[in-house]
Design a protein around this ligand. Structure first.
Ligand SMILES: Cc1ncc(COP(=O)(O)O)c(C=O)c1O
Length: 466
């Protein structure tokens, strides 16, 4: 044992801990490797599973969206449910389980977290790991020259947006308005529900922010829609001079847009107008972070010189607001009991290392290669099976298609048929409705995509024959 180490380092280096980790790795591999295909429920577990689902729905005050309660074991894209069934998970908790289930890549970080002195870390008392993580996030974020300097951890994507809004409001006080895209998704706190452009999500809730919407890019009409958005933005800024603190950008419109893609020039023009008028540019990367051929979507679109505030969440396991020194808050503006759990922080450190050193990004990286393969497969179905689907839409690891006639009924019917047959995906958009997927790229190969494509084609034919 070295005298230059803390007791904690000596503990983690203890041969007994190393040996225990090796044993856990071995046991996990042995058990999880049995989950190598989709499978129906185990009949002997069905009754107890059904009553657990009912109890869960009753306790939480509403049924679960899917009859899904995981057993706690998986294998990459495969996840075992409490009834023993096995699903191919291409929705990954809406983009959270990017490294798959029971990920060997993240296992050590999770064992270390279990051995840490506390479960949660907070702003008042946090561990050395936090500084390591913040450094790694910032290094990735600044790789192409963005002027981001700071990173503040928080507990959810909505809270990251809330913090970013606070920084912008304080900096541009007394500005009291925000700009967002029509159909945007911003989160579900009362403030963020005021911005999220969906009536259903704010029914009965007071509107607490003044939000002005502009139309999003239309891929069918690039020039016209760009001109329309620019004109709308200029009109708003003229109508309310110095009243807008920020504009919130989703660099690919997710939940609300059904994975609607825009162009780099489109964002550049709008962001430039914001910058010229003292309106902070917020890139909400809670869903886009880690999905394209570069770690951040703003890097993919080469918008590094224009972002003031950037939020990450979901696959990073931690949620955070990144900001330039212009937006540094006065003491007291942002804080919280929790920053993240030790488990989240440790996982995020491994994830940032994988992003920095791995083979995920770039034109020949795993994200581009596998998602292009998946898109080709979906296109094949569209070509071979008349009326089956339109698309695919989206970019990188955000993949969507419009099933059948694009109606809500048909999209839901197909999603539930796929669920029963073993593929997890989720609905998005509206007019038309789409099915979207966020596959766990580091944990899959072409064989998993072939399986997903077969399940999709079979399920579509079942719905078509009803
Ligand atoms: C673009 C975007 N912003 C914000 C959020 C809210 O994140 P959370 O659900 O973690 O609060 C989401 C979640 O889907 C999102 O996709």
């Amino acid at each position: 044992m070295s005298e230059n180490n803390t007791h904690a380092t000596n503990f983690h280096n203890d041969p007994r801990v190393q040996q225990a980790k090796a044993l856990l790795r071995e046991a996990l591999t042995e058990h999880s490797s049995k989950l190598d295909n989709v499978a129906p429920a185990n009949l002997s577990l069905e009754t107890s599973y059904k009553s657990t689902l009912e109890s869960c729905g009753q306790l939480r005050g509403g049924n679960l969206f899917f009859p899904y309660l995981g057993s706690g074991l998986g294998n990459g894209p495969f996840v075992e449910l409490g009834d023993g069934s096995v699903k191919l998970d291409f929705i990954t908790g809406i983009g959270v389980h990017f490294f798959g289930h029971s990920s060997p890549i993240l296992l050590d970080s999770q064992i270390d977290a279990a051995l840490a002195d506390t479960i949660m870390q907070g702003n008042l008392q946090q561990n050395l790991d936090t500084e390591i993580l913040l450094n790694k996030i910032m290094k990735l974020a600044k790789a192409q020259g963005a002027e981001l300097e700071h990173c503040f951890l928080t507990s959810s994507g909505s809270m990251a947006n809330d913090n970013a809004f606070k920084l912008a409001f304080q900096k541009h006080s007394p500005a009291d308005r925000v700009i967002a895209f029509e159909n945007c998704f911003c989160g579900r706190t009362i403030a963020m529900a005021s911005v999220t452009d969906k009536e259903l999500y704010r029914t009965g809730i007071p509107t607490v922010l003044n939000v002005d919407y502009i139309p999003y890019f239309d891929p069918e009409n690039p020039e016209e829609s760009t001109a329309r958005s620019i004109a709308a933005l200029k009109r708003l800024i003229q109508r309310y001079p110095n009243r807008h603190a920020l504009m919130k950008f989703e660099l690919l419109q997710g939940e609300g847009g059904g994975y609607k893609v825009a162009q780099a020039d489109y964002f550049r023009e709008l962001m430039t107008i914001c910058r010229e008028n003292n309106v902070a540019v917020l890139a909400d990367e809670i869903q886009t972070f880690g999905r394209f051929s570069k770690p951040f979507a703003f890097q993919y679109y080469n918008l590094d010189d224009l972002v003031d505030l950037v939020n990450i969440g979901k696959l990073s396991q931690v949620c955070a607001t990144l900001f330039t020194s212009n937006y540094k808050p006065k003491p007291g503006l942002i804080s919280q009991t929790f920053t993240s759990s030790a488990s989240q922080i440790n996982a995020a450190i491994t994830i940032m290392d994988t992003f920095a050193n791995g083979d995920l990004f770039g034109p020949n990286g795993k994200i581009e290669t596998l998602t292009n393969y998946f898109r080709t497969k979906l296109q094949d179905i569209a070509d071979r099976v008349p009326g089956s689907l339109t698309g695919p839409f989206g970019l990188g690891d955000m993949i969507a298609f419009t099933p059948l006639d694009g109606s809500l009924d048909k999209a839901k019917a197909l999603m539930m048929q796929l669920y029963d047959d073993g593929l997890l995906c989720f609905i998005a958009g509206g007019n038309p409705y789409r099915l979207r997927m966020l596959p766990p790229i580091p944990a899959i190969d072409e064989s998993h995509i072939d399986l997903a494509a077969n399940l999709i084609e079979t399920a579509i034919k079942k719905i078509q024959s009803v």
